[in-house]
Design a binder for this molecule. Structure first.
Ligand code: C2O
Ligand code: CU
Length: 660
């Protein structure tokens, strides 16, 4: 519901300056009796403003105050107040000119605030800017009238010129703040109540990270490693190289792969194992790393070039060591040039099993498991440039035989940059884990419940194989493909057509139980993140980009925490597209969505899809010191700068360069 409202408001904000410009023209004619001013622009403006107020009211009832706060406090008053004045004095002939001119400028400012939305921490500056611009406009209008009364040279400066100059200055200032940070070095994240100390946010500069704390006690990320002096329990080698992928349809795709397979080899390990992975790069020019998505590894093992290591260039190697502390479905991928390199194939699954499960870790390249009367299958929803969405390399329907009564376990991983909807037909099922976090007493989902996988997110799905055919298929408007998996007793069942159903909602799924622990009653840090669409400079290019608190990396203020802090974040999407937010090194717990508390099994996640109009309150414990990425997992968005960092005071990084 929020999305169409956001769109409507953008269209209205396009009409505002048009009506405003007409009003400004008419204001210039007020009082010259040969050309009586027309009032229609005043009424046109009134209609647009009333419509925007109506949209705002609908938005509040839909998503709550957080979606509209800035409109109500700034975006609307900046035009409503002068408009009320302009209407009040409309009968005064030339005497109304200043009010009309100011209203025209207010209309411009109001739509500017929607197209270059300021972050919560910049609301004050934006308000000041609006006051200055409106004031300048009023003064210019007075001078403009004085000119006609025969006043001096300055008074000959027409209103239009004044508007053009002050408008241009305001626009440049707004864009400057968006893309370079302006005065963000010690910008505070906005305190949104709850009595906690407001988290400080600092600009994080690559290679020169400084915090306010005493640098004599600082640690480098290079010291925050996994166990280095023990013999690993399991080790793997992954070699990144150019290669060709052959999809099931026969289509050949120029790819970048680990060990020549797509997805890369499935790494199976046990919880508590010391895992060693040696990465080699044959010929991937931009360099490669390995990021263990969802596993809270020590910072130096996190695989973020420019922050925790240098990217591994052709001919180079890098050794990772870590001990997975939770079993579940995870994945790995490179973290350099991800929009291109992950899409082309540099990713694979990392399955962590319980040590008691008795299954020996399978060697690299693990095939679909079929052990112990269970059928297990990892399915990546993956979109490749120039081809539709596939399950791994399966871009066509695949049929496979599964005996009725078998317990089926699907591990769904979304390695594409868009959220993916997965439809299952022919059985009811349970979601047993989300992002590697088990669901406590998961309920049976009605047939026709769809799963929405965040980009980077995982669902573990279980059901008992029925006597008929079970179809699993991704459904997406973005990159439609023919991929489908049909499980049937004889392996000949054809995949069914499936209509979109209701989306699975994690908020109330499962039961609270004891496993999740209590939500802390006190938080040491509160952060407010607002995701927007706005104009700005991304990589020096002027675009309509996706911003965090009105900024693009590297201007997005870093979230500063100390070890042991309980941290609360509110993440609100005021933009038009989904943003899968992914915090490295920590799992977050969802407390509420749009004011509605999470009541099911504790909802832990590492990749939270925040849809337009959604506002989540989440919490985590700062228990893993380092400098961590917190970014949108839509790689196209992160490439443009939808990236921020979470940094522990006193941790420094010697590395430089692009981190995504
Ligand atoms: Cu899966 Cu920073 O990424
Ligand atoms: Cu995004």
């Amino acid at each position: 519901m929020a999305e169409p409202l956001f769109l409507t408001d953008l269209v209205l904000a396009l009409l505002l300056p048009l009506a405003g410009a007409q009003l400004g023209r008419q204001a210039g004619r007020l009082g010259t009796d040969r050309l009586p001013a027309k009032r229609w622009p005043l009424y046109a403006l009134l209609i647009v403003v009333v419509a925007r107020v109506a949209v705002t009211v609908l938005l509040v009832s839909d998503g709550g105050w957080v979606l509209v706060a800035q409109r109500v406090l700034l975006g609307l008053p900046v035009v409503v107040i002068p408009l009320a004045w302009a209407l009040a004095v409309a009968d005064r002939g030339a005497g109304a000119a200043t009010a009309w001119h100011t209203t025209a400028m207010g209309a411009l400012a109001s739509s500017f605030l929607l197209f270059v939305p300021p972050g919560p921490q910049d609301t004050g500056y934006a308000a000041l800017g609006c006051l200055v611009v409106l004031g300048a406009s009023a003064v210019a209008s007075r001078l403009h009238r004085a000119r006609r009364a025969g006043a001096g040279r300055l008074a000959r400066l027409p209103w239009q010129t004044a508007v053009a100059i002050s408008g241009a200055v305001a626009v440049m200032a707004g864009l400057y703040i968006t893309s370079t940070g302006g005065d963000s070095t010690h910008a505070s994240a906005v305190d949104w109540g709850g009595g906690a100390r407001t988290g400080e946010a600092h600009t994080y500069a690559h290679g020169a990270h400084r915090t306010a704390a005493d640098t004599s006690t600082s640690r480098s990320v290079t010291t925050l490693t996994g166990p280095r002096n023990v013999t690993p329990d399991v080790s793997f080698d992954l070699t990144a190289a150019h290669s060709t992928v052959r999809l099931a349809s026969g289509k050949k795709i120029d790819a970048l792969l680990y060990n020549g397979t797509s997805p890369g080899p499935e790494l199976r390990v046990r919880r508590g194992d010391v895992v060693e992975v040696t990465l080699h790069n044959t010929d991937v020019a931009e360099g490669v790393t390995l990021h263990w998505h969802g596993v809270d590894v020590p910072n130096a093992e996190d695989g973020v070039p420019g922050v925790t290591q240098d990217a591994v260039l052709p001919g180079g190697t890098h050794v990772y060591r870590f001990v997975p502390d939770r079993s579940g479905t995870f994945w790995y991928h490179t973290h350099r040039g991800s929009e291109n390199t992950v899409e082309r194939g540099l990713f694979g699954s990392l399955i962590v099993e319980e040590p008691s499960s008795g299954k020996a870790p399978a060697p690299a390249g693990g095939a679909p498991g079929g052990r112990n009367g269970t059928y297990e299958q990892t399915l990546f929803t993956h979109g490749r440039p120039g081809s539709g969405l596939a399950f791994g390399t399966e871009d066509q329907a695949r049929r496979t035989a599964v005996r009725p009564g078998t317990s089926v376990h699907l591990r769904l991983i979304n390695s594409s940059k868009e959220p993916q909807r997965v439809l299952i037909k022919g059985t009811t099922y349970r979601v047993t884990a989300l992002d590697g976090n088990p669901v406590n007493r998961p309920g049976i989902l009605r047939a026709g419940t769809d799963l929405l996988l965040a980009a980077g997110g995982r669902f573990d799905v279980s059901f008992t194989m029925p006597a008929g055919t079970v179809t699993v298929r991704p459904s997406t408007a973005e990159t439609p493909g023919e991929a489908a998996l049909a499980l049937s007793p004889d392996g000949r069942g054809a995949p069914a057509h499936i209509e979109d159903g209701n989306l699975f909602d994690r908020l109330a799924y499962g039961t609270p139980g004891s496993g999740g622990g209590a939500v802390p009653s006190e938080f040491q840090r509160d952060f407010d993140l607002v995701l927007d669409n706005g104009f700005g400079f991304a990589d020096g290019r002027f675009t309509y980009a996706n911003t965090i608190n009105g900024r693009l990396a590297p201007a997005v203020p870093t979230l500063m925490v100390a070890k042991g802090d309980q941290v609360r974040m509110r993440i609100t999407n005021r933009g038009l597209v989904d943003h899968p937010t992914h915090l490295h090194g920590h799992r977050i717990r969802v407390l509420s969505r749009n004011g509605e508390a999470a009541t099911g099994s504790p909802w832990y996640t590492d990749t939270l899809n925040v849809a337009p109009g959604e506002s989540y309150e989440v919490a985590f414990t700062a228990d893993n010191p380092g400098i961590w990425m917190d970014h949108c997992h839509n790689f196209a968005h992160s490439a443009e700068g939808m990236i921020m960092h979470l940094a522990y005071v006193n941790v420094t990084s010697p590395y430089h360069g692009a981190s995504h």
